[in-house]
Design a protein around this ligand. Structure first.
Ligand code: IVH
Length: 678
């Protein structure tokens, strides 16, 4: 239904896109990332399609590009520069194939040339009798700016073609760009000089190309990849018949051609190329925002021709956007295991880099204030590679009147105690040691893969255990029984018994993992390993002074203080004692500190084993020998007296029995690790 709101929103979008267009094309001062522009543009397009009565002649959707600025002479292109139609996924690509195939009537199989779509600025270069005479920016495709002197500074553009008999006229098109490293250097220098930083390499390239002083351009070290060749000469032998041949000729003439282009025989191959570069593009030294797919044969290109704006024989298949606008619906706060209170943004779902994003961290109050973000705002979210999504900035022009600023609560949403924000710190904290949120966070961390690796003890189970009062500290985990667990909602006997044995099994984790699992601030996995190498028992570590700790390579002041203070807190000392009594490893294992020559290490002294399932690396009798060498015994059936069940592939009934009796199960890998050197 068309509402006043829709109309207002369309007008707001349109104004915003117009401003962005003007800033980008005429002022050389972009105010919006391309990806954001694309999304807003598409939204406007969709709304106009749905409600054609809202279309106005000045809508950005009704024209192709921007005008030309006044600094340079504006010249008409010898051959206009078309832009490319965009596809955003493989199904849109398939539609394009169906369209051009339809046009050529008979079934045609073709080759495609796939190229990376370099994120820079297109240039049109004219060579007369082999000499570079003119370099022009794309402009609006019909008319561009003559920047020949600037173009000459680009070292990858030949001033003279490397040909014995150059054709009378050659037109070359390609992309000028700034490699990531160069771009970073430029921005660093700009920051140091108090100048505004460029938003991205593409904007930096366009700003550079339009510098009036070629010396400045030369310093910026632009680069260039050529991708289109026109030869205008009746009598030349250079006569490429395909895009692939053109790329070869360009290379022979002395141009840099992107080495990652590929001839593809099928849509499947095109899809694979796209997939490959989507995954690997971050590793390239320059930015690319998609793949350009061109029909290889010039004869077929000619047959297909052009629409008003695009060639029908080429298309740009864009990579999933890493940035997009969306609405901020709500801000809640989350209390972590260190008590840090983190504001969390709840967003209208938006698809980014192949996933749907609904939440983003807002870090702390300072971050929110700096962004000046309000509930109801339209914000730009970014998700690059594996990074957690974050809000990059707000689009204040789209702020509704009803937008509300966020106010940090003064009381913990979990336990109601007063929150504190120490002076000079950005983080607000709950300092109540028995806050359930802190307890939950500590338990999840303790059970996590790199710490005690307790299978089945994820966030949901932890929440269940804490809310039912079954666990009030990590030590309580080791006293849980199958009966207690089966009383919880949605926990069956099997999963209860699996969890109890996984917890029991975790007692064998080495000292370094136990230390990491304790969740001492700044003691990550690597620091825990470093510390346990130097301090082979918890007693030694607890006794260490800040100086002793700092003396360890890799341990700085902050970590040293944190560890020292942790061991000075009584509740922590009590926790260590409880866990020690439970049987956790608070000292390095025998294999880590070699035993005295006279004693033989017997890691399984007095322990009773049962073997079940097929082992990968050992025969049963080899395993038995090792157990005996380690001081243990092997029996054939599982009983309450069994200490360990060594489980191979397809454990069967013995494994089941062990689970029922809560007998720790040992994997072959762990067994090998513990019997190494025997
Ligand atoms: S072919 C008619 N090839 O993308 C052929 N363009 O949206 C049009 N671009 O203006 C260009 N890499 O600035 C082509 N390998 C490539 C490209 C490429 C980047 C840019 C170019 C063009 C825009 C089209």
């Amino acid at each position: 239904m068309l509402t006043v709101n829709t109309e207002q929103w369309v007008n707001q979008l349109r104004r915003q896109l117009q401003r962005a267009n003007y800033a980008y094309y005429l002022q050389d001062n972009p105010i919006m990332e391309d990806e954001v522009y694309d999304r807003l543009y598409r939204e406007l397009q969709a709304l106009e399609e749905k409600y054609p009565e809202l279309i106005t002649p000045d809508s950005p959707t009704q024209r192709v590009g921007g005008g030309v600025s006044e600094g340079f002479a504006s010249v008409k292109h010898n051959i206009p520069l078309y832009s490319l139609e965009n596809a955003f996924d493989l199904s849109e690509l398939a539609q394009w194939v169906a369209r051009w195939q339809n046009q050529v009537s008979e079934e045609t199989t073709v080759n495609y040339v796939c190229e990376l779509k370099i994120d820079g600025n297109a240039l049109a270069l004219t060579y007369e009798n082999g000499i570079l005479v003119r370099g022009v920016t794309r402009g609006d495709g019909e008319t561009g700016e003559e920047i020949t002197n600037n173009v000459r500074t680009i070292r990858t553009i030949p001033l003279r073609l490397d040909l014995e008999n150059p054709p009378a006229r050659v037109e070359v098109r390609g992309e000028a760009f700034l490699p990531r490293k160069t771009f970073e250097k430029i921005n660093q220098a700009r920051s140091e000089n108090g100048e505004a930083r460029f938003a991205n390499p593409r904007n930096a390239t366009s700003g550079t190309l339009r510098q009036l002083d070629p010396k400045v351009v030369a310093k910026r070290q632009l680069d260039f990849f050529a991708y289109t060749l026109y030869v205008i000469d009746e009598n030349t032998t250079i006569n490429p018949k395909t895009q692939a041949e053109s790329l070869e000729s360009l290379q022979e003439m002395g141009f840099q051609v992107n080495p990652n282009h590929k001839i593809c025989q099928s849509l499947k191959q095109v899809g694979d190329y796209y997939q490959k570069w989507q995954e690997e593009r971050e590793k390239l030294p320059y930015e690319t925002d998609g793949v350009v797919i061109k029909i290889n044969s010039y004869a077929l290109q000619e047959k297909l021709g052009f629409t008003q704006k695009f060639p029908r024989w080429a298309i740009a298949l864009k990579f999933p956007a890493e940035e997009a606008p969306t609405k901020l619906k709500e801000i809640t706060v989350n209390v972590g295991r260190t008590g840090a209170v983190t504001p969390l943004a709840h967003l209208e779902p938006v698809s980014l880099a192949g996933t749907t994003v609904q939440r983003a961290t807002l870090h702390n109050t300072d971050f929110i204030n700096e962004l000046d973000v309000r509930i109801g705002d339209t914000v730009v979210v970014r998700k690059a590679g594996d990074i957690i999504p974050e809000i990059v900035r707000v689009l204040p022009e789209l702020r509704p009147e009803s937008a509300q600023p966020f106010i940090m609560p003064t009381e913990c949403p979990e336990c109601g105690s007063r929150l504190v924000r120490p002076e000079g710190e950005a983080v607000t904290r709950c300092v109540n040691v028995s806050c359930p949120a802190i307890l939950r966070g500590s338990l999840v961390h303790f059970a996590s893969r790199d710490a005690m690796d307790i299978n089945g003890l994820g966030e949901k189970m932890v929440e269940n255990l804490v809310s039912q009062g079954l666990v009030t500290s990590v030590a309580d985990l080791y006293h849980l029984t199958v009966e207690q667990l089966t009383q919880l909602e949605r926990v069956g006997k099997q999963s209860a018994s699996n969890l109890v044995s996984a917890i029991a099994q975790s007692k064998h984790q080495p000292w370094s993992r136990v230390l990491y699992g304790l969740g001492i601030r700044y003691v990550g996995k690597v620091n825990a390993e470093t510390l346990t190498e130097r301090f082979s028992t918890v007693e030694e570590l607890a006794r260490a002074s800040v100086e002793d700790l700092k003396a360890v390579e890799g341990i700085g002041e902050e970590i040293a203080r944190s560890v020292y203070q942790w061991f000075r807190i009584e509740a922590n000392q009590a926790l260590v004692k409880q866990l020690q009594e439970t049987g956790l490893n608070f000292q390095a294992e025998a294999t880590e500190t070699p035993p005295a020559e006279t004693t033989i290490a017997q890691p399984f002294a007095g322990k009773k084993f049962v073997l079940t399932g097929k082992l990968k690396h050992l025969t049963r009798s080899e395993a038995q020998q090792l157990i005996e060498r380690a001081g243990g015994k092997v029996s054939s059936s599982v009983s309450s007296k069994t200490d360990y069940v060594l489980v191979g592939d397809k454990g069967g009934s013995k494994q089941k029995k062990a689970q029922e009796l809560n007998i720790p199960q040992m994997t072959e890998d762990e067994f090998q690790a513990r019997t190494m050197g025997l």
